[in-house]
Design a protein around this ligand. Sequence first.
Ligand code: UGA
Length: 470
Amino acid sequence: MGYVGLVAGTCYAHVGHEVKCLDSEQSKIKDLNNGIIPIYETGLKELVLNAVSERKLSFAHNNIAISSDTDLFVIAVGTPSGANGSAYMGFVHSVVSDVIKRVSAFPSNKSYYILVKSTVPIGTAKYIRDRIADNSLSNKLHVISNPEFLREGRAVKDFLEPDRVVIGTDNKAANDMAYRLYSPIFKDSSECENKIFYTSNVTAELIKYFTNGYLSYRISFINQAADLCENVDASLSDLMCGLGMDSRIGSSYLSPGPGFGGSCFPKDTRELMYSSSANSSPMTLLQHAVNYNEDRKLKIAHSILRGVQQMAGIKKEEYGNKKVNILLLGIAFKEETDDIRESVSLSIIDRLLSVCGDSVSITAHDPKACENLKSYIDANSRDQSWLSILIEKDMEKSIQNSDYDIVIVATRWSNFIGNSFLEKSIKDKKSVFVYDLHNIMRFPEDIIFDSYKRQLFSLGKNLLKIWGNK
Ligand code: UGA
């Protein structure tokens, strides 16, 4: 039960269904039964506690017996990237076997449903249906493909106020079951009709991949536009505005940044490229967008490295000591989450430590992701140099204790914007470089970046080149 399973299970319970969430990890179940939520997700804890107290939601080990009154089995296990980019399906397959085994023992006068919420490759519903047929259960067990479109940090809201619910099936009974599951989310039948979209299983599988693929493509598109703005001295913010005002384009997913990360876009674009090639229609446009995204992360790290070199020169000149102190604000792959998977901050840290070694000292702060960075360092037994990173949960302390020369704003957390403690500290510095990797910082006019010792690098402006030659 990862973040999709927990959010979905909780939201189903919130709208009145009776839900049992199963997992193989005893410690996770114990925590959940004690009200400890394993992930940070806005609004989730309140919903979990409420649904548990109303006896709509419970947590248990996946080896428990399940009543034959159960109607629906939801698969919400992970499908991580395998070595060749394709999604690893071992967890899905094992849940399918488990459900088939359970349903085989249930009475035959009732229909059961497997609802696939995990992001699964093209053909997965067919695979499950074949397994069901092999076990002579085709009349009793049906497959619903129901991809999720939950953004981390807003997952509860996305679930309860969806743009659409995509239902892929091959029979009416399965459509009816999906309707029963989702109709309580909507205010009336007309909203249900507008928002629930029925299609075939394979099309539902594709809709998920094309949504993430298209959004990733769009982000690379605006990021590439940021590079061009920098080279021709155009205003990136005005460009975004001018593009977004066209109702055919719209303004969402047009915020430039250091490159997309997280557990979904990178993984799902890899799988879509893999499966499109395997099905003789390679998504070449997407391949370019993904390659560009990877290059972008390297380019940005390179630009920061050049800044470090320049700052080392300034420090030598001023204090006879070349060590550069770096304050990294933001570890999570985006705001409102503690998830650090494929976060750009990790690639920046990696580059800084591998190229600069102990000539840099890094302090990292994030409102929610500090613990995950610590666990990441432990779990990956990273190079010794990672142990030197000072991880500070309190933003003011991170500013105070780091004695930073360079600030990197790597995540769009709102409390980094207009933070007076940070602003005052930057103002007081004789020399400082600020890397704003999301163009979110709005510094007051009396904070001046006007010399080779005080520089602001932002997207579309100076990020990829270094100001002055000194
Ligand atoms: C994404 C999709 O948005 C969800 O619809 C989908 O359900 C989910 O993947 C999934 O497949 O499970 P998520 O990865 O949580 O959700 O986060 P997003 O908010 O979409 O951001 C993804 C990455 O794109 C982040 O690195 C973010 O910083 C970046 N981004 C996003 C931009 O650089 N610019 C933007 O305008 C938007």
